[in-house]
Design a protein around this ligand. Structure first.
Ligand code: HEC
Ligand code: HEC
Length: 192
């Protein structure tokens, strides 16, 4: 009996080592993730904390999915919320009270305050004085999506734009963006 136990523990340890090393390898090509080895082990179920504020979720998901706050730095959310009257060709202005509540939430949960690897990599991909208004314009995002041809995005009537995260990331609302959850409409699962 004791021997069986020992073998069981050895096997378990082997599996854990294997899982850890696979996680390490999968990040090898990421320019901004070198310091992150070992990170990510605790957050396999969610790549980035999902949205937890109802006001933000309701007000900001009328035209697109409510993007997780951790995908932009605080300074970007401030600028986005200050320019809602001219929001990518739309007027998305809100009353001051609603707008302040949303801004507080977004600032508190922005990439600057989250220790997860996507937020940290995204921040590191930006110059200190850069204030992107789009997640999809950050070097981190572009790097992650560099292999996807435009026939699957801009020329795909069911996607149209990289801003349309939920079209491809089936678990985006849960904060899961890893490639296993990707289904590109008209093309199916993503095979690297
Ligand atoms: C009236 C419609 C509308 C509302 C309401 C709206 N947006 Fe947008 N938003 C847009 C459009 C249009 C785009 C550009 C989409 C594209 O290029 O495909 C956009 C893009 C964005 C992007 C950039 C996405 C990317 O490409 O990375 C962010 C961030 C964003 N919106 C935040 C917000 C926030 C925060 C709110 C709530 C305060 C909000 N939006 C409410 C219409 C809206
Ligand atoms: C046209 C489909 C498509 C759209 C739209 C899209 N993505 Fe992706 N995304 C992918 C694919 C495919 C991958 C995996 C790429 C690879 O591994 O080569 C990916 C990878 C990612 C990753 C890295 C996952 C990892 O485990 O390294 C993140 C983060 C991400 N996407 C976030 C977003 C966000 C946020 C949006 C919206 C602003 C978005 N994506 C829009 C297809 C898409």
């Amino acid at each position: 009996m004791k021997q069986k136990h020992f073998i069981g523990i050895l096997l378990l340890a082997g599996c854990i080592l294997l899982a850890l090393s696979t996680l390490g390898w999968s990040d090898e090509d990421e320019r901004w993730e070198h310091e992150e080895e070992g990170y990510g082990f605790w957050q396999q179920s969610s790549d980035i904390p999902p949205v937890t504020n109802n006001t933000y979720e309701t007000e900001c998901s009328a035209c697109h999915f409510a993007y997780p706050a951790g995908l932009l730095p605080e300074r970007s959310w401030v600028r986005i919320m200050q320019t809602l009257d001219q929001h990518f060709g739309d007027n998305a202005e809100l009353d001051a009270k609603t707008s302040n509540e949303i801004l507080d939430y977004l600032r508190g949960h922005a990439a600057d305050h989250l220790p997860n690897r996507f937020s940290r990599s995204l921040l590191r991909s930006l110059e200190a004085d850069e204030t992107p208004l789009r997640i999809s314009e950050t070097p981190f995002f572009r790097h992650k999506h560099r292999e996807i041809p435009s026939r699957m995005v801009a020329r795909n009537p069911e996607v149209r734009s990289f801003s349309n995260c939920v079209a491809c990331h089936s678990m985006a609302k849960k904060g899961v963006f890893n490639e296993h959850g990707v289904r590109i409409p008209g093309f199916g699962a993503w095979e690297d």
